[in-house]
Design a protein around this ligand. Sequence first.
Ligand SMILES: [Fe+2]
Length: 396
Amino acid sequence: MAIELVPLPLPASADASQLADFGREVKGVNPAEVSAEQFKEIEKALYKHGALLFRDAKVTPAQQYALTKAFDPQSESYGHGNNKTGETKKSILHPDLKTIPSVPQVQLIGNGTVYNHEGLAEAKLKHPSHTTFHKTRVSPEDEAKGVTRFYRWHIDAALYELNPPKVTTLYGLTIPHGARQVARYDDGTGDVLDVPLGTTAFVSGKVMFEILPPELKSLAVRARVRYAPHPYVWMAPAHALPTGLGIEVEGLELPLEELPPWEEGKVKTFPVLWKNPGTGDLHFEVHPCGAMELLVDPLPAGANREGALFPDGAHLTDLKEVRGLLYKMQRPGIAPSLIYPHDWHENDFVLFHNRGLLHTVVGAFKPEEVRAFHQCNLAASDEPQGPSAEDVKAYA
Ligand SMILES: [Fe+2]
């Protein structure tokens, strides 16, 4: 049976013209047993639509790992490495993950206490909360009324030593069905988004790029980001912006000499725009929290210099300037109308193109609201591809 692709229901807040291509429900395929022929169709659909949903899925951790690995057969270890102990203990990611013993590439994430789960006698899970990461927080009174925030817009990636996974799979096993919440941006714009409790919010990196004015497209197509060594340890003492789209400039990052041992050769520098291997489109893919420096190439010969930013190129190392420029380029892409907030149901299996979008945890659960998900992504066998010489010519 051929696979069938059905558009995902968009919320009333969404700009349907911008999100028309984003996301599809896949029918007629069991994600636990995908034939070679079906895989080809799924891969093509994924790169075109960014996220695929399989409803009522029954998938074991081993099957989830197998499907995730099929997108990059040479990949092997979990996206952040299989052993998150020792030197990365101080990482802000550490408390969020519990490894499934039989398949260490699959993580148990969620909220509350889960018992006798895939060889884990008791797993205490905690849904990440903006109150422990953002510089400011929603008042407890407003929180009680259902006001919340986007936790941290990100790409699933270690951003040091390991390459960003091509895909992530998220499998919702236990889903609390509480009242909807309102994600507030709290950045002076008045922007808010009505969301299902515990939604995962997605934005397209392609749209994030395409809506930029020409001078910012020119900057994006010429720019690369150098990430901090051990970025999640580096940023651990720092606080995020109220939108969850980067870090406040307060000078709180751990000094490089206080980080666990690191090597220059393992520091990651990636293009700002990543070329979609299926469509050739350019996606704005920057993890703003981990970004430390921006390297901008000069305009190519013959390009119009009028109004161009950094026409002769630049190496920006001032965090205030780096973060300011990235925010200016990324904030338009997380406007309420550009967000797809997934409304999780039990046994939803979501496969997303981790190199083509940004996503974030949203909202807050009560301790007794138990949520259990299996998440898998694998450090890729290659680095993301940047813009081609033709792309640079077209946008610079
Ligand atoms: Fe993630």
